[in-house]
Design a protein around this ligand. Sequence first.
Ligand code: HEC
Length: 405
Amino acid sequence: MDPYWHEWLNLLIRWIHVITGIAWIGASFYFNWLEGNLERNNPSKGLAGDLWAVHGGGFYHVQKYEVAPAKLPELLHWFKWEAYSTWVSGFALLIIVYYLNPVYLLGSNPAGLSNTAGIALSIGGLIAGWLIYHGLSGTRLVENPIWFTAVFALLAISAAYGYTQVFDGRAAYLQLGAMIGTIMVANVFYVIIPAQKIMVTAMQRGELPDPAPGKNALRRSLHNNYLTLPVLFIMISHHFPSTFGHAYNWAILAALALISAAVRHYFNLKNQGRKIVWILPLALLAIFSLALISKSQPHSAGQTNAPLSGQQQAGNINAPPVVSFDQIRSIIQARCVSCHSATPSDTVFTVAPLGYVLDTDQQIIDTKDKIYLRTIATQTMPLANMTGMTDQERALLGAWIQNSQ
Ligand code: HEC
C-alpha cells in the first residue's frame, strides 16, 4: 500500500481503537467500582444495594437488584458495542501494522517462518488463547481464584515466552495483548451478553430469572477487570524498547503484568472497604527493582548471532577508544539511512519511519541518546538488523556516544 495512505489509515483506525477502548474500559471500571461501592446495609426489598453519587453538576441514585426488578423497564441500556468495536478496530490495526508488513511481525525471524506462517500463527494464537481460557473457566478450578490465577498466569507467561521466540519483541508483546484482549471481548460476546439475554428473556416470559448465568457473567467480568491493566501496558509498550527489546523481554512482561494485576487487586479490595495499604508501595518497589535488575542484564533483540551485546563490549572498554566522527557517519550511512532519510532507498520504508531522519551530522549528534537506546541498549535497530550491523560497529557507536557525553 502507498505509505502515505497507509499512515492515514493507521492514524484513523488507531484513533478509533483508543476511543472505543476508553469507552469500554471506562464503563468496565465504572461498573466494577459500582459493584464494590454499593451500600449493601439494609437495602430495600429485592435490592442488593444502592449508591448515591454527584457528577457533572447533578445527583445520581443507582440501585442494583438482587436478581431482577419485578417488571422489565421499557428502555434497558446494554454495554457491548464498545467492546466489539475495540476488538474490530484492534484487529484491523493488527492487519495494517503487522500483517501488511510482516517484517514488523517476524523481525529477524529466528524461527525462519514464512510470512503466511507468521500471520497464521498470530491469528491461531488469538483463537487458541480464547479456547484454552474458556475451557479452563468451565472447570471447577474457576471456583478457586488463587489456583485459577496461578494456572492462567503460567499459561500466559508460556505464551509470552513462545511468542518472543518466533516474533520480533515488539510484535510478540502486541500479540500477547491482542490475545488477552480477544479473551476479554469473547467473554463479553459469548458469556456476559448471552447471560444477560437469558435473564431478560425469562423476565419477558414473566418468570423469575435463574441467577446462575448472571453469577458466571459477573465472574468473567471480574476476570476482564484484572486483565485490563496488563493489556493497557502492552498497548503502550511500543514506546519502551527497554522492555520489548530486552533479552528477557517475556519475563519483564510477565513481571509487569503480575504487578499491575496486583494493583488492580488493591483497588478492588479497597472498593469492598478492605484497604491493604502496603500493596501500592510494594508494587512501586517491584517496578523499580525490575528496572534495576533488567538494567544489569545484557540486551538483545532480533539478534541471534551476537555472542556479546554491544552494551557489554562498549561497557568493558575501560577508556573508550577515540572514535572519529567520520567513522560514525559512515556506520550510520551504511546501516541506517536506507530507512532513516528524507529519501529512503528501502523498498518497504519509503518514508522515514516516525519521521526520524539521520541525513546530516547535526541530526546524528542531536539524537545520539535515541541512537544509543535503539542500537546499543536494546539493539532494536537497525530493524531486524536488515542492514547487517556488526557488533564491532555497535561498540564503536557506543564508545563514541560515551565519549561525547
Ligand atoms: C529497515 C529499516 C530500518 C533501518 C535500516 C533502521 N531503522 Fe530505525 N526504525 C525503523 C522503523 C520501522 C522504526 C519505527 C518502529 C520502531 O520504533 O521500532 C524505526 C525507529 C527508530 C528510532 C525511534 C525514533 C523515534 O523518534 O522514536 C530510532 C532512534 C532508530 N530507528 C534508529 C535507527 C538507527 C540508529 C539505525 C541504524 C543503526 C536504524 N534505526 C536503522 C526502521 C529502520
